[in-house]
Ligand binder design. Structure first.
Ligand code: KIV
Length: 281
């Protein structure tokens, strides 16, 4: 059921579009068509992404860093996430919207379900995302999907566990760590996750997991063989004050924000992005 705001938006744009569903992403995986994702945190950018053909808009808790100026995602709250997800929902009509569950918003299954529901019902997200794949997270995923809320899991470099991981480092480089990430990837799929984000892991490991799983795998710093790619919007526009190896400033080669986003879409679809210099071994 569309919210009144979104119905109004659709009518004012005079178009009827088919919303990207999890089934559509599954079809794209099977067909080998790359899935394009970017973060957005407000209605204006959401519209730019939607019109450029981005299939998945992630309202990431990276907003704590790029909007709030924090040096991590740890201070982002549920209120922040609901507020920004709602703005994105108003600005987009076709893209699937994934809303991030912030740090400490899923400490037990009951709290996880309550907050997942809030992101869907108050924020307008289509799917919620949570980090890690240990047994307690898998229990939460099972509980959330039982209540008909689709879940995107997130493995590899999981920024909410920054202290445990020892900072922003590539994960899964040694055989034991690689085995654990693959084990967790299978576990989140078996628990009912419908999408997996893999962040900052060696490309060969990501390729192996992508081939093994039935659900679509969207990578960030995880190589070109994932089913799709996601980046932080402000990094591709060169306005985040950082230029991570895994990203690229697409605005440098474009004359507008709209063109930069379209260039990113084309580069992901063709397999030109990520190039070797954006990947880890
Ligand atoms: O918060 C975020 O933007 C994310 C992506 C970097 C995957 O989780």
């Amino acid at each position: 059921m569309l919210s009144k705001n979104r119905q109004t938006l659709f009518q004012s744009k005079g178009s009827r579009v088919t919303k990207i569903s999890t089934a559509r992403l599954d079809e794209m995986k099977v067909a080998g068509e790359k899935i394009v994702s970017l973060t957005a945190y407000d209605a204006s950018f959401a519209t730019v992404l939607d019109e450029a053909g981005v299939e998945v808009i992630l309202v990431g808790d990276s907003l704590g860093m790029v909007l709030h100026g924090e040096d991590s995602t740890l201070k982002v709250t549920m209120e922040d996430m609901i507020y920004h997800t709602r703005q994105v929902a108003k600005g987009s009509e076709r893209a699937m919207i994934i809303g991030d569950m912030p740090h400490k918003s899923y400490l037990d299954p009951e709290q996880a379900l309550t907050n997942a529901r809030r992101l869907i019902e108050e924020g307008g997200a289509d799917v919620i995302k949570l980090e890690r794949g240990d047994s307690s997270i898998c229990e939460m995923i099972r509980n959330i999907v039982t209540h008909n809320i689709p879940v995107c899991a997130h493995l590899g470099l999981t920024p909410q566990s920054l202290e445990e991981l020892g900072g922003y480092k590539v994960q899964g480089r040694d055989p034991a760590a690689a085995k654990q990430i693959k084990h967790d990837a299978i576990a989140v799929q078996e628990s009912g996750a419908t999408i997996l984000v893999l962040e900052c892991i060696p490309s060969a490991l990501a390729a192996n997991i992508t081939a093994e799983l039935q659900i679509p795998v969207i990578g960030i710093g995880a190589g070109v063989d994932c089913d799709g790619q996601v980046l932080v919007l402000y990094d591709i526009l060169g306005i985040s004050g950082r230029q991570p190896k895994l990203s690229k400033n697409f605005l440098e080669e474009s004359s507008s924000i709209q063109d930069a986003v379209k260039l990113y879409v084309t580069a992901v679809k063709s397999g030109d992005f990520p190039a070797a210099e954006h990947q880890f071994s």
